[in-house]
Structure formats: C-alpha cells, structure tokens
Write a protein that binds this ligand. Structure first.
Ligand code: NAD
Length: 365
C-alpha cells in the first residue's frame, strides 16, 4: 500500500481487548506490527485474561482494567499514553442476553461509546496539526444494525439502519453517535459493520463454540426454530486484518461493511461441525454427531437472513478473506479440542450453557 500511514512504533488504545475479537486484534498487533497497545477492558463475564496469555509479559501490551463509560479512566489513559488511534471493540455482544436484560447494552454500547467519543474529541482537539490529521477512531460494529433480509439482497455501506434486537439497536445507536461526532466535530472516525465472526477464544454462548463443546461433551445440539435462518460467517483473523487495513488506510467518515461471502443456515453450520467432528475425533459416540441435533424454541424477533457485500473494502483497501468457511471451521474445531482447559475454566466459573433469551417478562432483569 503506497499511502499507508506511518503508524508503527506508536501506541494505540484498544477497548474490549480481552474479548473474542479484541484479544485476536491485540495478539495480531503485537505479533505483526511494532505498535504498542493499551487495552482497556472491564473484564465482564466475556472478558478473559487467558485469551491474552501469549502477550501477558510483552512490554508493548498493557491492560487497564476499566469501563469505557467511566470518563475519568478514559481521560487518564488518553492523556498519559497519547495514542495515535483508538479501536473501540468493547461492548455487550450477545443478542440472547440483550433480550433478557438490555440495561448493560445501553450502558456499555451507547453510553460507553459516547464517553469514548467525548474523550477522544477532547484529546484530538489538543493535538498538533500533523498528529491531529493522522489520528483515527475506529468503531467496530455489526451487520445486525441493518435488520433482516428476505431471500434476496445484500447489505452494503448504503443500507438503511433497521435494528431489531436490543443488542443491534444499541450498536446502531453507537454507530449514529460516531457518525455525528465525525460530521459535526470533524473527529476522524470510521465505522466497520462486520458479519458473524467465528474462531478460537470465542465465549461458548455463541453458536459455533456452543455446538463444538456440546458435541465434544455428548450433549444435545440446540437449533433455534427451524434452523433455516441465514448468517454470513467470517473467520476472526480475517476480520482483524480488515480492521488493520481500515486503521491504516481507511478514509475518515467512511463506513466499511465486512463479510466472508459465506452464507449458511444455522443447520448448515451445525451439520458442517458434526461432519468435521465425525472424521476428526476418536471420541466415543453413537453414529454421527448429527444424531445429537435437537430443535428448540426460536429466539423472539429472530432476524431471518443477513448477507454482506464487501466489495468496497476489497476494492478500496485491498482486503480479502484468507480463510474459507471450511478451513476456518476446521482450525476452530481443532483449537477447541486442543484447548479444553480454556473453556472448562469458563464453565467452572461463570457460565453453565443455560438457554438464554427466551423472554419471560417476570424473569426479566
Ligand atoms: P465479546 O463479548 O467476546 O467481548 C467484549 C469485550 O468487551 C469483553 O472483553 C468485555 O469484558 C469488554 N467490555 C464489555 N463492556 C465493557 C465496558 N463497558 N468497558 C470496557 N470493556 C467492556 O465481543 P466480541 O465478539 O469480541 O465483539 C467485539 C466487538 O465486535 C463488539 O463491539 C461487537 O459488537 C463487534 N462485532 C462482533 C461480531 C461477532 O460476531 N462476534 C461481529 C461484528 C461485530
């Protein structure tokens, strides 16, 4: 890339860097660049220091245990470390949990992003001309903000916002704030809207790790509704590479939609996991892992289909996914087989594979 900004040898702030995508982003930055990372994470149930074990003692990584909606923490970090960019990944992320109780989603995703923007603007305004020109605020969001598609059509940067779940509504709100802080105040901010990620270190409440772990444990593989809902899937490291391209070469004020060109029904995904496990594990089982599939009550308000047209980021920033769905899934399954302790610790401490998001008002938190 001829016009790549000189961002190495400097410090960036990453929020949510103990989560699934955030920890992959941090590990990538430490391995592939000379940047230093200040990682602000609240360490909610989804934050996991074990996902950062490989960078724990690296002098270019520092964890700040803090909340993005706490203005004083963000102010202190920005003033002390003078970052050249901020990548905002911190969020509450599970749709089912947002159905059971939206308050943390409003607080972290909306109020948290507002605080990040306010503090970034104050800090950015204090910079000299060249640092001001080079500064970037990259806000990481989801394709779910565009709502649901029917049988045809794809999301692009021009798609209208139509969020349907409390989670996607909170992310849509945060996107609107970022857009406004760019438009009104000139903050050099960019937004990415990515499809469903999968890969190592994903919290086991999400579909792919849940199915892998249940299968490995001989438990039922739950399919919401009729299993025909469609999602586009992207291997997490490909998402991280896209974010790095946006950070280096993206144009402030722009949105980039990111997808893997892997539209799959829920049932396709579960069958693919079962088929790989059938050929790769020597665990005791009765016939195929597919025999463990069970249809369960659908998620309320379940969006039918998402599909992403990533041609803009491919054309403008030269990004391409490196992994196919099959190659990414194989690596993911191998990782969960080889890293039982990582997920066993989660079950021992915080999460028991309970069904979430069925919305019983009397039980709503
Ligand atoms: P995750 O749930 O695995 O991790 C979220 C991280 O944010 C955790 O480490 C958590 O401790 C931290 N966090 C939450 N609230 C915080 C707060 N108030 N202050 C500081 N830290 C806080 O999430 P993920 O799947 O890695 O997603 C990261 C980002 O990417 C989110 O913004 C999400 O909306 C977006 N995204 C995710 C996907 C996906 O498929 N996972 C797809 C597109 C976009």
């Amino acid at each position: 890339m001829g016009n790549t900004r000189e961002v190495d040898k400097n410090t960036i702030v990453v929020t949510g860097g103990a989560g699934f995508i955030g920890s992959c982003f941090v590990r990538h930055i430490i391995k592939e660049t000379r940047l230093s990372v200040i990682n602000i994470d609240k360490l909610t149930y989804a934050g996991n220091l074990q996902s950062l074990a490989s960078v724990e003692f690296n002098p270019r990584h520092m964890l700040v245990h803090g909340d993005i909606s706490d203005s004083s923490v963000i102010e202190q970090v920005l003033d002390e470390y003078s970052p050249i960019a901020i990548v905002n990944l911190a969020a509450e992320t599970h749709v089912d949990r947002s159905i059971d109780g939206a308050a943390p989603f409003i607080q972290s995703n909306i109020v948290g992003t507002f605080v990040m923007l306010e503090q970034s603007l104050r800090y950015w305004a204090s910079l000299g001309a060249s640092a001001k020109r080079d500064f970037r605020f990259v806000h990481v969001s989801t394709d779910e903000v565009f709502g649901t598609l029917g049988e045809t059509g794809r999301f692009t940067e021009a798609s209208s916002y139509a969020p349907n779940s409390p989670y996607s509504a909170s992310k849509a709100s945060s996107d609107h704030l970022v857009r406004a802080w760019h438009h009104t105040y000139g903050l050099p901010a960019l937004i990415s809207n990515c499809s469903n990620n999968f890969g190592p270190f994903q919290f086991p409440e999400k579909l792919i790790p849940l199915v892998i772990i249940n299968a490995l444990s001989g438990k039922a593989l739950p399919v919401y509704g009729d299993g025909r809902n469609v999602r586009d899937w992207l291997y997490v490291e490909d998402h991280v590479r896209a974010l790095v391209q946006i950070l280096r070469n993206g144009a402030p004020g722009k949105t980039y939609v990111i997808g893997g060109d892997n539209e799959k029904t829920t049932l396709d995904v579960i069958n693919a996991i079962c088929d790989i496990l059938d050929t790769t594990t020597s665990l005791e089982k009765n016939g195929s892992y597919r025999n463990l599939i069970r249809f369960v009550t659908d998620r309320p308000g379940h969006d039918y289909r998402y599909s992403v047209d990533s041609s803009l980021i491919q054309k403008e920033l030269g990004w391409q996914p490196a992994e196919s769905f099959e190659s990414g899934l194989k690596q993911t399954i191998e990782w969960y087989i080889d890293n039982r302790q990582w997920w066993q610790n989660i079950f021992d401490n915080t999460y028991k594979l309970d069904r979430l998001g069925l919305f019983k008002y009397s039980e709503r938190s």
